[in-house]
Every structure is written in C-alpha cells, then in structure tokens.
Unconditional design. Structure first.
Length: 209
C-alpha cells in the first residue's frame, strides 16, 4: 500500500488557510498555491539520491554533494494542476513538464480524457503528478494509468487537499504511488466537492466560474 504524506509545516498550513477563505482573489490564490507547491516540493524530493563531487570553494578543495543523475518530470492534470508547476520549477528548474487533460463529467463525476503531451523520455523520469484537489480520485487514477501505459514506474502524486474517499481510491488502484497532501479534509458533498475544501481550484486560479 502506498504511503500518504501529510505535509503540515506551519507555513503551509498558514498559507492554505488564506487560500480557503472565499474572499481571497485569484491573484493571491495563485501566488499562495505557487508558494505552497515550492514548500511541498522539498518533501516530495526529500529522498533523491546524492553523489559526491569534488569542488573548490574560495578557501580550499572539498567533497560536496549534488543530486545524482535522476531526471524529473512535472505533469499537471489540466487545468488546475498548472497552478502547482511554477513552484516546483523554482525548486527544480531543469525538470521537464508534460500535460494531461482531464475534465469531470458533471453528471457522472467521472473524468474524461482530452489531451496528453509528455516528454519523450518520460519512462526514464521520476514523475511528480500535480492536481490541487484529490476529491473522488478518478482523475488522479486515470492520469496515473496513462503514465504507466507510457512506461512510467516512478510516480508521486502531489495534491493540496485530499479526502479519504479520493486517497483510498488511489491507494487501492495504484498501491505503488505515494501521495503527498497539505491537508486531509472531512468528506465529499453530493456534488463531489471537498468539504470544507476551498471551492473549485481551477475557477479560483484562473478567475472563471
């Protein structure tokens, strides 16, 4: 069974509280999401392997550390997942970025695929899949399946807020994929929105309704 990492650093919780407020506008919402994504990225990449390298400081030679040749890819689930990319790219600017397009059928609440564009060597990369809300888990599960069909075997799911329903679905469907969230909320309502949640993340990021 995959591990659920709840990244509850005080700065993340503070920023998330502001994001939850209904009066927070799109500009601040986007900025806070970028900041939280950067902070979460430290934990998502915590166990990357390091190599020893020889360098010279202004004082003397020394043996230092650098990340070994592990390649990273950031893959947002469109459209809300885009809001988490800039923060991760600030942390790992050499990462490549792919895109997976899924939308939720408003009647069935099931995800529908409409776009997939990934780096050619995606199968050789550690993939960080991003989506702010892990609600039913349908979109995340479908996106992970799409990645696996393209040869990906190292995938980490990074979300802002999740609920037990979505977390359980991902764990049951993809037990090899670890989940990183900033908070686990209570439940889904009858419209499959997270409660208490923060509303529709895509609408709040892009100022749409």
């Amino acid at each position: 069974m995959s591990t659920v990492h709840v990244i509850d650093h005080p700065m993340i919780q503070h920023k998330l509280s502001i994001m939850r407020m209904k009066q927070t506008g799109s500009k601040d919402f986007r900025q806070l999401l970028t900041e939280i994504s950067l902070l979460m990225g430290y934990e998502v990449t915590r166990d990357l392997a390091l190599d020893d390298i020889k360098i010279e400081t202004p004082i003397c030679p020394m043996t230092a550390k650098q990340i070994s040749g592990r390649k990273l890819a950031i893959v947002p689930i469109l459209r809300a997942g885009l809001g988490m990319v800039d923060g991760l790219l600030t942390l790992v600017p050499v990462a490549k970025v792919g895109h997976i397009g899924l939308y939720r059928n408003e009647e069935t609440h099931e995800p529908v695929e409409y776009y997939c564009k990934l780096p050619e060597d995606i199968d050789n990369r550690l993939v960080i899949l991003t989506d702010p809300m892990l609600a039913t888990g349908g979109s995340a599960c479908d996106a992970i399946t799409m990645l696996k069909k393209r040869g990906c075997n190292q995938i980490r799911l990074m979300c802002l807020v999740g609920v037990p329903e979505g977390i359980n679905k991902v764990q049951q469907t993809h037990p090899d994929v670890d989940i990183y969230v900033a908070a686990v909320d209570d439940h889904l309502n009858e419209n499959a929105y997270i409660v208490p949640g923060l509303g529709d993340a895509g609408d709040r990021i892009f100022g749409t309704k």
